[in-house]
Write a protein that binds this ligand. Sequence first.
Ligand code: PEP
Ligand code: MN
Length: 244
Amino acid sequence: MKTKQKRLSSILQDEGRVIIAGPCSAESQEQVIETAKALGADGRVHFLRAGIWKPRTSPGSFEGMGTKGFEWLNQAKAITGLPVATEVGSVQHVSEALKHGVDMLWIGARTVSNPFTIQEIAEAIRGVDIPVLVKNPLCPDINLWEGAINRFLRAGVSEIAAVHRGFSQSGKSTLRNNPNWSVPAMLRERIPNLPIICDPSHIAGNHTLVAPIARRAMETGFNGLMVEVHPNAEVALSDAAQQL
Ligand code: PEP
Ligand code: MN
């Protein structure tokens, strides 16, 4: 099932949207391959996502399987033809991900909040032809989000997309992260040609709320979705409640 990989930009141009799906974290060979096979068979998915290093709020939580997970991602890619994406939060992560042939990188919400780290990661990617997805920072600070994107643009990264995953909030809400839809709308005004993808999984925090958020995003002009899926979500090692 090997075909020449399409670039992120040509997927967006030809199909009008990009779909990225996969587990929150790569947990085992079986889990990664079972997920990839199902997504490949579904036919609508362009990239397989899986976290190799997980930025957890509290120490002692599952922090990812680390570099051995790349072997599973590459097996999944060989079987399904799906290119793979993972999160990087440091220069060392970038170097490991590139060494293991990852096709697309994303920068998580916690990392985007730190301009020092973003600058270092942007420098590490300079001259490398790889797409970068920049999630919104935890707080609804559009300047911080735009600033991170501009650091990658200045480093010459030619394929960049923003990912809206909602903002931290205090107090009670049915959603895990506040979508605050006006912030991505403002980003679109500031950088008109930038693709903006929605991650309804981290906005929802619960699998029952993912579909309506995804629908709303697509109806209001988002350029695609990044969705967490797991073959047995109840026992997932991270983000169990929100994975489809
Ligand atoms: C993730 O995509 O699994 C993740 C950790 O995302 P975020 O940075 O949006 O919390
Ligand atoms: Mn997650």
